[in-house]
Write a protein that binds this ligand. Structure first.
Ligand code: ADP
Ligand code: ADP
Length: 240
């Protein structure tokens, strides 16, 4: 079955006269990677934000493992975030273009914050897992560093750890290498490729086409808020 199911999603921003996403539908099977490509302004970022529950939707449904977590409400444009509970929010993780680490917390503090506050997990257990994740992304020796002491690539890898420690069913990546210097892109993409191999379900927006081709199980092409192509054969998608 699908880990993530998006059905007839409609998104319109307040004071806008047109829909940013119109009748968007797709499934992401458990353990698979969906890459979303499309021109700037086509709605890729908005799509991820609605799935993450950062934006209310005006039509359609979003379901996680068969359970509807979001239903569109016409006229909800002005609502802040969606009505999703904070517990449900932890099931979908998101990493953004600009690593939004808390500047006044260490690396470990950043990673441990949400599991302690939102999930009320045991501190010793959370710390153990945080250290394990840091090891996996090659940053075990940076656990006590402050965000300003890290490179952009290191900060993005910390942002990925911060999402992973919540054990999300689905992980969303929005252009996570777009703000990085070229020499740091590789270290971040390698972490994402490792996640794909480990069976993490993901939806990835990226302009790195070689990376997209390497990691995608399926590809969606968005144009002007519509899916104009949905390919289950990425090799063919990129050749055409
Ligand atoms: P992409 O990620 O593909 O570049 P976006 O989802 O960022 O596209 O934007 C899609 C459209 O929605 C654009 O026309 C953009 O200007 C508009 N848009 C994005 N965010 C907002 C917002 N907060 N309020 C109003 N319009 C927005
Ligand atoms: P190749 O697959 O041509 O041997 P590499 O060995 O250079 O490519 O990289 C391994 C994988 O990592 C590639 O499939 C590529 O998609 C991805 N990758 C790493 N860094 C980048 C980058 N800067 N841009 C695009 N893709 C990258």
């Amino acid at each position: 079955g699908a880990a993530l199911s998006v059905r007839n999603l409609v998104k319109q921003y307040a004071n806008a006269d047109r829909r940013v996403l119109d009748d968007v539908s797709f499934d992401v099977p458990k353990g698979r990677v969906l890459v979303v490509v499309g021109p700037s302004g086509s709605g890729k970022s908005t799509l991820l934000r609605t799935i993450a529950g950062l934006e209310p939707i005006q039509g359609g449904q979003i379901a996680l493992n068969g359970t509807v977590i979001e239903t569109g409400k016409p006229g909800s444009e002005k609502a802040g975030r969606s009505a999703r509970s904070s517990e449900l929010r932890t099931h979908i993780g998101m990493v953004f273009q600009s690593y939004d680490l808390f500047p006044n917390k260490t690396v470990l503090g950043n990673i441990m914050m949400a599991p302690l506050l939102v999930q009320k997990r045991d501190k010793a257990e959370v710390e153990r897992e945080a250290l394990e994740l840091l090891g996996k992304v090659g940053l075990a020796d940076r656990k006590d560093a402050w965000p300003h002491e890290l490179s952009g690539g290191q900060r993005q890898r910390i942002a990925i750890c911060r999402a992973l420690i919540l054990h999300p069913e689905v992980l969303l990546f929005d252009e996570i290498t777009a703000a990085l210097d070229p020499e740091m892109v590789r270290e971040v993409l390698d972490v994402v490729i490792g996640l794909a191999r480990s069976g993490q379900t993901m939806v990835i927006v990226t302009h790195e086409m070689r990376f997209a081709r390497a990691i995608a199980d399926e590809i969606i092409l968005l144009e002007d808020g519509h899916i104009v192509e949905h390919s289950t054969d990425p090799e063919r998608f990129f050749i055409e």
